[in-house]
Design a protein around this ligand. Structure first.
Ligand SMILES: [Cu+2]
Length: 160
């Protein structure tokens, strides 16, 4: 089963802190009268093709995965929302230029934990920043304004 770059997603339990085996065990135990562990594994393998992303309202939506192209990516905040339109960015090591398009009527920014740089966009404006990514690392990007990160305005960058 492969995940392509654009918006692929099936659903997964929003339990990223648990190991796959842990989830399988929990699932198998809680359904032990009805389902064997092997069936649980097949089921969870199927639904693990993607990730559900928790939103501020407690709903879950599909994870959006996109790859940077030639060291660049455009990420947006859609009008009326307090989130980014991409949850996970796959990128190559080296410079990554982020064009941050803020379509909302609030100011937001795009920053990456542990890295210098900020793309800071006033309401309905666009900004750009370049970050240097190290090979093999995983970073967390976020909006540093107000409590937006805690509200889910964040995501992951996986560097290959
Ligand atoms: Cu924000």
């Amino acid at each position: 089963m492969t995940i392509n770059d654009k918006q692929v997603v099936v659903s997964r339990l929003p339990t990223s802190s648990l190991s796959f085996d842990g989830v399988v065990s929990m699932f198998a135990q809680s359904h032990s009268h009805f389902i064997s562990r092997s069936i649980a594994i097949v089921f969870l393998a199927f639904v693990s093709a993607g990730t559900l992303v928790a939103c501020g309202g407690g709903e879950a939506r599909k994870e959006v995965v996109t790859s940077a192209q030639n060291g660049a990516i455009t990420i947006k905040t859609p009008a009326g929302q307090t989130r980014f339109d991409i949850d996970r960015i796959n990128a190559a090591a080296g410079p990554l230029t982020v064009t941050y398009v803020n379509e909302s009527t609030s100011a937001h920014n795009f920053m990456i934990h542990d890295l210098d740089g900020v793309a800071s966009s006033d309401a309905q404006s666009t900004s750009e920043a370049t970050f240097t990514l190290e090979v093999g690392k995983t970073y967390q990007f976020f909006c540093a304004l107000f409590s937006h990160e805690a509200q889910g305005m964040k995501g992951t960058i996986v560097v290959s």
